[in-house]
Design a protein around this ligand. Structure first.
Ligand code: NAP
Length: 168
């Protein structure tokens, strides 16, 4: 996921607001630390506050934790949805007031090409990276690992998008 984000954004010295405290959020925050990338601030907002608290105890690069209901009271440079909202769960969280506070938006869900979140970002002219981009980069990493050759992400993206359009 980090590769998909870095393709669009320089996250060094930026304030990241990550919604979610599950596998994707954990892996992202951990990889940011492993790669020695230094955002200015990492905030996580999660539906289950206790899970966010446990994660912050485990990962020292998390600066701030919020209840999901407090998301509207915060802001930052990049908003990252690392939950099922907009995918298998109906998105009743992201709205124009929230999204307009950010310069960049990242989504992970891939049930559709344009989720509520990415649609709002595009409407507000905010740079965004979608769950389909994330999916493409996962494929790139996997193929490079298996085949041992560099994969052109733009060519792969074309096929991944065609495949997702047909099958999702
Ligand atoms: N694009 C890709 O290639 C790709 C790859 C992997 C995963 N994903 C997507 O990433 C998302 C997260 O995956 P994961 O493995 O991190 O899942 P996970 O470990 O089960 O974590 C799920 C997260 O979503 C939150 N959540 C779930 N339903 C919610 C709702 N209705 N309202 C608010 N928060 C909700 C959970 O909050 P609680 O802690 O409160 O339960 C938790 O923070 C999934 O949608 C998955 O499909 C995409």
């Amino acid at each position: 996921m980090l590769q998909a984000i870095l393709k669009k954004f320089d996250i060094n010295n930026k304030e990241l607001v990550i919604v979610g405290a599950g596998n994707v959020a954990t892996s992202l925050i951990d990889t940011i630390a492993l790669r020695n990338i230094k955002p200015k601030k990492i905030t996580i907002a999660n539906r289950t506050y206790g899970k966010a608290k446990l994660l912050a105890e485990k990962l020292p690069n998390i600066d701030n934790i919020l209840k999901l209901s407090e998301l509207g009271n915060t802001s930052g440079d990049i908003l990252i949805n690392a939950t099922e909202l907009g995918g298998s769960a109906t998105d009743d969280v992201f709205n124009e007031d929230i999204v307009s506070k950010y310069k960049g938006v990242v989504d992970v869900t891939f049930k559709t090409e344009n989720t509520n979140l990415t649609t709002l970002a595009k409407k507000l002219n905010i740079v965004c990276s979608s769950g389909w981009d994330f999916f493409t980069f996962q494929g790139k990493v996997f193929l490079e690992d298996v085949l041992g050759i560099a994969i052109n992400v733009e060519i792969l993206k074309k096929y991944v998008y065609e495949g997702l359009k047909t099958n999702v």
